[in-house]
Design a protein around this ligand. Structure first.
Ligand code: ZN
Length: 377
């Protein structure tokens, strides 16, 4: 891609330098110029401006074999912060993070059942304002992740997957009250971004499932992540069992956290997994087989090469993942048997880190923008 305006090219190179230093830790100006194929004057200019912004700091001299001792540069991770808000089924989590994704402050609020957008929204805004006030460095931006469909400006929730929330301009309201740029993202899309950001997921194309209280999925192909409007949890697999969506026999009636809880007196999935009761063990086994069946359908249609499982139920004992894997191998078309089914590298942190990863990308590093540009080249 050619840049007609030098200012734009400089902005792109500024982001490339920032991302490189984040990835490599310590580098000299000469390293940066060599790795990014930039000339020395523009490298110096970019580095000086990043030092002036306090994003880079000089770390003394590095030792080299040829006797020269160039100054090492590293990211000043506390120069600015981001705030990630994850509105999950039962709780809303707030994570104030530095530029390396270290969570400096964490708060969790319980969600009332079927929360009202006004009251719960106000509580979220108040908590954001409090955390921004407590932050010791400027907050670059806020990202709210939520299960639902978001408008194009990424400021309004058009509809929620399970609550009756419609056209709720929550990100706009947070932005007005905190005076900090804020966007909303679909929670499963955010989890995929976290997988790449924090667990260094390298596979280009994969099918991602959030297997928790509810079941959602995203189809990932390069920089495209399609999760909004996916109804993976409502794939019909059985002839009985009323789903919360009103249909019969959805995957969620067989394998979701809410359905397992309902069948076993409200017991959480983690406790169920500890149980030696035959009925419970058999039910968890059936849940894993139902998930495997749905994954066979998903991979048959999408042609994905890898399946990544995240969420509370995917983090149960290894033996449950084993049931999913072996059922899949046994029943999928032989050409699909090479597909690997693995767990998220972030285990329990996956959902909470989603909004943080999107915030770091959107408000500071813009890595997804750089990747999109390099694919267009
Ligand atoms: Zn359903």
């Amino acid at each position: 891609m050619r840049f007609s305006q030098p200012a734009t090219a400089r902005q792109i190179n500024r982001l490339r330098v920032l991302n490189l230093v984040l990835a490599e830790g310590q580098l000299s100006r000469a390293d940066i110029a060599r790795i990014l194929d930039l000339n020395k004057p523009s490298t110096s200019e970019i580095v000086e401006s990043l030092i002036a912004e306090h994003l880079l700091e000089e770390q003394g001299k590095t030792i080299t074999t040829n006797g020269r001792r160039p100054t090492a540069l590293s990211l000043n991770s506390s120069a600015s912060l981001v705030l990630g808000v994850d509105i999950a089924s039962h709780t809303t989590s707030f994570s104030l993070s530095d530029l390396k994704g270290n969570i400096l402050r964490f708060e969790r609020l319980p969600n009332p059942p079927q929360p009202s957008p006004k009251e719960h929204g106000q509580q979220i805004i108040r908590t954001c304002m409090k955390l921004v006030k407590l932050a010791k460095s400027p907050v670059s931006g806020i990202v709210v992740s939520i299960a639902g469909i978001i408008d194009e400006e990424q400021q309004t929730l058009l509809s929620h997957d399970y609550w009756s929330w419609k056209n709720v301009p929550l990100a706009k309201a947070i932005e007005v009250n905190t005076k900090i740029p804020t966007i909303m993202v679909n929670n499963v899309e955010a989890m995929v971004v976290a997988e790449r950001w924090f667990a260094s997921e390298k596979e280009n194309s994969f099918f991602f499932v959030n297997w928790a209280e509810h079941i959602n999925a995203a189809l990932v192909d390069g920089t495209t992540i399609k999760a909004q409007g996916s109804r993976f949890g409502h794939l019909p697999l059985a002839s009985t069992g009323l789903c919360r969506c009103g249909n019969i026999g959805c995957l969620e009636t067989l394998a979701s956290g809410w359905a397992l809880g309902e069948r076993h007196q409200g017991t959480g999935v983690k406790q169920l997994a500890q149980s030696t009761d035959k009925l419970v063990v058999e039910d968890l086994r059936s849940a894993c087989q139902a998930m495997a069946m749905a994954l066979i359908a998903a991979s048959s249609i999408t042609g994905c090469r890898k399946i990544l499982l995240a969420g509370g139920i995917s983090n149960l004992d290894d033996s449950y993942l084993g049931i999913v894997q072996s059922f899949f191998k046994e029943h999928a078309h032989h050409q699909l048997s090479q597909i690997s089914i693995v767990r998220s590298g972030l285990s329990e942190q996956s959902a909470v880190l989603g909004s943080v990863a999107v915030a770091l990308d959107r408000w500071v590093f813009q890595r997804s923008l750089l990747e999109t540009m390099s694919r267009l080249q």
